[in-house]
Write a protein that binds this ligand. Structure first.
Ligand code: SF4
Ligand code: SF4
Length: 372
């Protein structure tokens, strides 16, 4: 396992972190997963007040750790934006059975309202928490659009950032750049699941990534980038840690063979989508119906380009069902107003593509045209 400096915090974190959103039902299994992660070299565990029993379970486990292990461990918890952060944090500390934490993140600066809260109340609350010595470093996680992330970074109030950024989603690349410019620690959220459900890749993608696995390729994309500190593994069992952590020493720059795989992926996208490929420039927004055109067409790109229909269905299923964690409306809400059409440099027939995307990814079996 390699370790990297977590930006200006100066902490040295393992390049993989244990995320504890899953596997919360069975304490014994949870404990085995944590103990295996620590034995395999992970020294950073990420939790959140919103993750069910996670903090309580971790508190029980951490209390029993030998000092030689516990002293090396860095813990991050996350609190939802809102009033009384200090009260919330004190609850978390009680559950985690500790007096102070290394890292505290705001869980989801996802909307302009969250940013407003930060500017008018959140930052002052965080500063008071830091001044009281309850946490050493503060950061935030986000599912918001890149402009909002950059506006949040403009506050220059943070020590680290938890970000979505993957081989198949590079829209947040400017935030990676800003994180480096501000010397922030950078944690990438869930490269396996959010990065494309790469733990269960379709055969077409497996073939394109050969001799690497799709998940391995994504890990290499991220680990070869020295601006990134650590990647979360949301293992629910000890066994689920084994395959990801085999990549923990492979932090060298991309090899020519690996670069050739990325070229192959780009060519496959062009060949399989032809002139209907969405180039993810985001120029088509805003849509008066609040359809996140680029994101829906990204799912279409992945389904048609690489056979990632399952991932597309999984993500599309969240549209209109996950609040500000997955904003925007479904493709079939398009009213053909035509506002987006002149803004698209690729001259895509956006309404038609959105309806097609909806038909394919909303899971109506009789119209599985992409799988034929
Ligand atoms: S044509 Fe459809 S997708 Fe385009 S802006 Fe109008 S409602 Fe939105
Ligand atoms: S403007 Fe066209 S190419 Fe750019 S994101 Fe929108 S649909 Fe895709």
């Amino acid at each position: 396992m390699q370790y990297r400096r977590f930006g200006k915090t100066g902490l040295e974190l393992s390049v993989f972190s244990l995320g504890t959103m899953r596997g919360l039902g069975d304490f014994r299994q949870f404990r085995a997963t944590v103990e295996t992660a620590l034995a395999l070299g992970i020294n950073h565990i990420e939790t959140a007040q919103a993750y069910g029993n996670s903090e309580v379970y971790l508190g029980k486990i951490l209390r029993e750790l030998p000092p030689s292990v516990g002293d090396r461990l860095v813990l991050t918890t996350k609190l939802l934006p809102g009033p009384n952060l200090r009260g919330q944090l004190e609850q978390s500390l009680q559950r985690l059975q500790c007096d102070r934490l290394a890292c505290l993140a705001i869980h989801g600066i996802n909307t302009p309202e969250h940013l407003h809260w930060l500017q008018t109340s959140g930052l002052a609350q965080l500063a008071a928490i830091k001044a009281a010595g309850l946490v050493r470093f503060i950061g935030f996680s986000t599912h918001g659009p890149v402009d909002l992330i950059l506006a949040t970074l403009e506050t220059q109030a943070f020590d680290f950032l938890n970000l979505h950024y993957y081989t198949f989603f590079q829209r947040n690349a400017p935030a990676v750049q800003w994180a480096q410019a501000q010397d922030l620690g950078l944690l990438i959220i869930s490269p396996a699941d959010k990065g494309g459900q790469l733990h269960q890749p379709p055969p077409q993608l497996v073939q394109l990534c050969d001799p690497l696995s799709p998940l391995g390729l994504n890990y290499r994309f991220l680990l070869s980038d020295p601006r990134i500190t650590t990647l979360t593994v949301g293992a629910a069992t000890p066994e689920e840690l084994i395959a990801p952590l085999e990549w923990g020493d492979r932090t060298h720059p991309l090899t020519r063979k690996e670069e050739a795989i990325f070229s192959r992926l780009a060519i496959a996208l062009q060949e399989n989508l032809g002139p209907t490929q969405c180039h993810q420039c985001y120029a088509c927004l805003p849509c008066p119906e609040e359809i996140q055109i680029p994101e829906l067409l990204r799912l279409r790109n992945l389904a048609l380009g690489y056979g990632m229909t399952g991932f597309g269905q999984y993500r599309y299923g969240m549209v209109e069902n996950a609040g500000h964690w997955f904003p925007g409306r479904r493709g079939d809400r398009c009213t053909d107003c035509g506002d987006c059409l002149p803004r698209c440099p690729s001259q895509l027939p956006i309404p038609e593509l959105l309806r097609q995307t909806h038909d394919q990814l909303a899971g109506r079996p009789r119209r599985r045209l992409w799988e034929e």
